[in-house]
Structure formats: C-alpha cells, structure tokens
Write a new protein. Structure first.
Length: 133
C-alpha cells in the first residue's frame, strides 16, 4: 500500500475542502435559511447560541475551505461540535443514530484530525507560510 502514501497530502486537502463545504451549508442554513430546511425556517435571533453556532459554521467553514489558520480554526470547530453533540443530541438518546448526532461526531473528529495534521498542500497556510503541509 506504499503507493497510496503519495496521495496523502492531496487527500488531506480534499478532506478539508469537502468537510468545509458541508459545514458552510449548515451555517448558511441557520443564518440565511439557505439551503432551506424545516428545522431552520426562521433564522435565530442574533447573539443566541444557535446564531453563534451559525456564525462559527459559516465563518470557520470559509477559513477551512481556503485553508487559512487551519489548525486553530479546526480545533475550535472540533470543540464546538463536541459541545453541540452533548448539549443538543446526547440529551435526546444514548445512540447517535437515534439522536441525530452522527454528523456532529464526524465533524468533531474530522476537524480534530485536521487540527493535528494541518490543511494539506492545497491550503492558504501552505502557500503563505511556505510550510511543507
């Protein structure tokens, strides 16, 4: 499987980009009602917990998308997803498949991995700070 090693950097960047796009959609749904969902038909009031979550999802997602300040942003978003799971999902049921927390758990650990691994070679961090991703 050694031949796959050469793909690890680009695949890390792709994981970051795809995760960011999905995360941005969660934020824009909360803040702007786009894409429209039944759960967020009405935008949350400013400065509420749900509004702050939407701002972090949309803003942090954009930073992750371009790979700027990747490690600290991913770390903060990972923590946010852990808090979201325990506050909103775990209280509903022990099992993630029943409490709807699957995405929160996956985002939490994907972002934790990205915080540790960095943004990959296709990131603004790599270009700006001339680091080997």
């Amino acid at each position: 499987m050694g031949f796959l090693t050469s793909f690890s950097g680009p695949l890390l960047s792709i994981l970051r980009i795809v995760s960011a796009l999905l995360f941005i959609a969660h934020g824009t749904t909360k803040l702007f009602g786009f894409p429209a969902t039944e759960m967020f038909a009405t935008p949350p009031e400013p400065m509420t917990l749900m509004w702050v979550g939407g701002v972090l999802e949309a803003g942090g997602g954009v930073l992750l998308l371009i790979g700027l300040f990747t490690r600290p942003v991913a770390f903060v978003l990972s923590g946010m997803m852990a808090v979201a799971y325990w506050m909103f999902h775990a209280t509903q049921s022990f099992y993630p498949v029943q409490n709807g927390g699957d995405a929160s758990i996956l985002f939490c650990f994907v972002f934790l991995y990205i915080a540790a691994a960095g943004g990959g070679p296709w990131s603004a961090d790599s270009a700006l700070f001339n680091k080997k991703a």
